[in-house]
Design a protein around this ligand. Structure first.
Ligand SMILES: NC(=O)c1ccc[n+]([C@@H]2O[C@H](COP(=O)([O-])OP(=O)(O)OC[C@H]3O[C@@H](n4cnc5c(N)ncnc54)[C@H](O)[C@@H]3O)[C@@H](O)[C@H]2O)c1
Length: 249
C-alpha cells in the first residue's frame, strides 16, 4: 500500500473526479478527508470506503471560499491526526456563458470556488506541511485553462490561475520538501459534462486520439503518481491527462 499512514484531504470528493481520487487513495491505505458542499453524498462516500476496509472522514460545514473556515477545519484535522500530508484541490464549478453575456455574478462564483478556494485550502494546510517538512499539493486544473474554451472566461481564468500558482509554490516550498503540481484533465465523463449536448460529446470523443472520454480513475491515477513520496523531484508542473486531446493536428 503506497499511502499507508498518509493523511489526504480532497475537496469536492463527493462525486466525479474527486470521488475517484478519494477511493484510489483509500485503496492505497491513506486516511481520506473529504470537504464537499454535498454533505450527505460525502457521508455515503465515507461509508463505502469504510465498508471496503478503508479509512475516511468528512467534515460538515466547511466553506472553501472563506480562509477562516478552511483554517478552522484544517486545524481540526491536525488535532485529530497530528499531520496533513496531501491536499487535492479538486472542488470546482462551471457557470458558462459567452463573454458578451457573462454576468459579474457568474465571474465571481467561479473565481471564488475554483481559484480562491484553491488558495484558501492550501493556505490552511501549508503551516502543517512546512512544520512537518513534507507535503504534496495537487491542483486540478483543466486543458481549458491552458488552451482556452468558448463560453468559459471565468473558468479559464481560474484554471490558468491554479496552474500558475503551482509554479510559485514549487519555487517557494521546495525547501520544505513540499511539492506542488497541477493536473489538466481533458473531457472526463462526470456530471460536469452533463449539460454538454450528446452530439458535442460525440464530436469531442472523436477529437481524442485514444477515442474515448476520460474517467475519474484516469485522473486519480495521475494524482496518486504526483502525491507519491517517490515523486519528490517533480514540482511546479501541470500534467495534461487528456488522451492526447490537446495535441492538435
Ligand atoms: N469533468 C471534466 O471534463 C473536467 C475537465 C477538466 C477539469 N475538471 C475539473 O475537475 C474537478 C472535478 O470535476 P468533476 O467533473 O468531478 O465535477 P463534478 O461537478 O462532478 O464534481 C465537483 C464536486 O465539487 C463539489 N463542490 C462544488 N463546489 C464546492 C465548494 N464550494 N466546496 C466544496 N465542494 C464543492 C461538488 O459538490 C462536487 O462533489 C473540477 O475542478 C473541474 O473543474 C473536470
Amino acid at each position: 500500500m503506497r499511502f499507508l499512514d498518509k493523511i489526504a484531504l480532497i475537496t469536492g470528493g463527493a462525486q466525479g473526479i474527486g470521488l475517484a481520487v478519494a477511493q484510489a487513495f483509500a485503496q492505497e491505505g491513506a486516511t481520506v478527508i473529504i470537504w464537499d458542499v454535498q454533505h450527505e453524498k460525502a457521508q455515503e462516500v465515507v461509508a463505502n470506503i469504510e465498508k471496503q476496509g478503508g479509512k475516511a472522514f468528512t467534515q460538515k460545514g466547511v466553506d472553501i471560499t472563506s480562509l477562516a473556515s478552511t483554517e478552522l477545519f484544517a486545524k481540526e484535522i491536525h488535532e485529530k491526526y497530528g499531520k496533513i500530508d496531501i491536499i487535492v484541490n479538486n472542488a470546482g464549478i462551471v457557470r458558462d456563458a459567452s463573454f458578451l453575456k457573462m454576468t459579474e455574478e457568474q465571474w465571481h462564483q467561479v473565481i471564488n470556488v475554483n481559484l480562491t478556494g484553491t488558495f484558501n485550502c492550501t493556505k490552511a494546510v501549508i503551516p502543517y506541511m512546512t512544520a512537518q517538512n513534507y507535503g504534496r499539493i495537487i491542483n486540478i486544473s483543466s486543458v481549458s485553462g491552458l488552451f482556452g474554451n468558448f463560453g468559459q472566461t471565468n473558468y479559464v481564468a481560474a484554471k490558468a490561475g491554479v496552474s500558475a500558482m503551482v509554479k510559485v509554490w514549487g519555487k517557494e516550498l521546495g525547501k520544505f520538501n513540499v511539492t506542488a503540481n497541477a493536473i489538466a484533465p481533458g473531457p472526463i465523463a462526470t456530471d460536469m459534462l452533463a449539460t454538454v449536448p450528446n452530439e458535442v460529446l460525440t464530436q469531442m470523443q472523436m477529437r481524442v486520439p485514444v477515442r474515448r472520454l476520460g474517467e475519474g480513475k484516469d485522473i486519480a491515477n495521475a494524482v496518486l503518481f504526483l502525491a507519491d513520496e517517490k515523486s519528490g523531484f517533480v514540482t511546479g508542473q501541470t500534467l495534461c491527462v487528456d488522451g492526447g486531446f490537446t495535441l492538435g493536428g
